[in-house]
Design a protein around this ligand. Structure first.
Ligand code: NDP
Ligand code: MG
Length: 397
């Protein structure tokens, strides 16, 4: 059997690094066709030197020139292209069967749609694209004959806890609910009166996972779990009422499915994204991931608690957007991207992230997400409203 061709969108990120690690452990099965990056050209050049993809895609001409110079210096050959069309091409090329969607944020939407329309197996790490345009992405997957496999650890866990052969989107009479576990993030036990002291450095220091900066802040506000509730709704066709969030600080159980007979099936493993990546890559087979097995003799205990809606209002906002439907999740996502970037830049306090999202949601009327232009229009409008609110908040500081 010839090796499977793979493109990695967002190869320089945390998920990109874990994916490259799993591929390197299974060289007989996979051939790296293309990699993409946005700003970290040094890292991309090093990835190309070590992993030998045929093709690299970057966001603009200046980045392409920088990469070309770095590769020339290192004596490494690889074709380079730039821009959004090139990104969609590397996700839909004939040489590719599997596409890892690991670009952060709304920028992942267009190439993920391209992969869906051209019938690829999509390993979906990015959650923002599905949150923005769930029905459109699923439609493209159906029409293109693609496969959408969840890499987000919770959704991958649920996928593993469902009976084999379950189609996405079917009404599941025998499932009572999906239980999404959440670590609670670095501020799970921090009293509300100390939330004013939270700095970006504190927020990106996650207790159990090493991740990119944006998702780390989302984990700290619990917006990450909110986005995951919406992601679960689309992936598994389950309403908001049947998706429950459970705080589980040890991050050993990655999520659970509760059935009508009282059974709860959980998926367990050390918190390392290489497990869900390896699972989605090889499904329905299993391959090496490099993750250590759980050592039960050293496992002190597993605990569970309910989320605190007062200190972590983002979770409620995500449920609210999911219930409002249409373009509301796209508005939520765009406002959150603006708020997180402003927080990381020192322009917004931690507690103000949720406020900015709530005010943006309240300022824009959601409409049915009937086509991509409508969704992208809602995304643009929400960014502009959120930026205006941000400017006003800065003035009054
Ligand atoms: P990182 O920030 O580590 O990496 C993001 C990647 O996207 C980088 O390759 C970056 O390029 C690229 N990128 C950023 N902005 C753009 C843009 N405008 N256009 C094109 N490419 C861009 O993020 P993570 O790897 O942590 O997360 C990636 C996605 O996976 C996110 O959506 C996240 O929610 C999801 N995810 C991550 C998990 C984790 O454990 N890390 C777990 C579950 C889901 P460059 O570095 O060159 O700027
Ligand atoms: Mg997750």
């Amino acid at each position: 059997m010839s090796p499977t061709g793979i493109s990695i969108l967002g190869a320089t990120g945390s998920i990109g690094a874990s994916t490259l690690d799993v591929l390197a452990r299974n060289p007989e099965r996979y051939r790296l066709y293309a990699v993409s990056a946005h700003s970290r050209m040094d890292r991309l050049a090093e990835i190309i030197r070590v992993h030998h993809p045929e093709h690299a895609v970057v966001s603009d001409e200046a980045a392409a020139d920088k990469l070309a110079a770095l590769l020339k210096e290192a004596g490494v050959r690889c074709s380079i292209s730039w821009g959004s069309e090139a990104l969609s091409e590397m996700a839909s090329a004939d040489e590719v069967e599997v596409v890892m969607a690991a670009i952060v944020g709304a920028a992942a939407l267009a190439p993920t749609l391209a992969a869906a329309r051209s019938g690829k197996r999509i390993l979906l790490a990015n959650k923002e694209a599905l949150v923005m345009s769930g029905s459109l992405l699923l439609e493209a997957v159906r029409e293109g004959g693609a496969e959408l496999l969840p890499v987000d650890s919770e959704h991958n866990a649920i996928f593993q806890c469902l009976p084999a052969g379950f189609d996405y989107g079917l009404a599941r009479g025998n499932i009572v609910k999906l239980l999404l576990t959440a670590s609670g993030g670095p501020f799970r036990t921090l009293p509300a009166e100390r939330f004013g002291d939270i700095t970006p450095e504190m927020a990106v220091a996650h207790p159990n996972w090493v991740m990119g900066r944006k998702i780390s802040v989302d984990s700290a506000t619990m917006m990450n779990k909110g986005l995951e509730v919406i992601e679960a709704h689309w992936l598994f066709g389950v309403d908001a009422e049947r998706i429950e969030v459970v705080i589980h600080p040890q991050s050993m159980i990655h999520s659970m499915v509760q059935y009508v007979d009282g059974s709860v099936i959980a998926q367990m493993g050390n918190p390392d994204m290489r497990t869900p990546i390896a699972h989605a890559l090889a499904w329905p087979e299993r391959i090496r991931s490099g993750v250590e097995p759980v050592d039960f003799s050293r496992l002190a205990g597993l605990s569970f608690e309910a989320p605190d809606p007062v200190r972590f209002p983002c979770l409620r906002l995500a449920y609210q957007a999911l219930k409002a439907a249409g373009t509301a999740p796209a508005i939520l996502n765009a406002a959150n991207e603006v708020a997180v970037a402003a927080f990381l830049a020192g322009r917004l306090s931690f507690a103000a992230i949720a406020r900015l999202v709530e005010e943006t949601l309240a300022a824009i009327v959601a409409v049915p997400a009937s086509c991509l232009d409508t969704v992208l229009g809602a995304d643009r409008e929400a960014r502009s409203v959120a930026n205006a609110l941000l400017a006003r908040a800065e003035k009054s500081r």
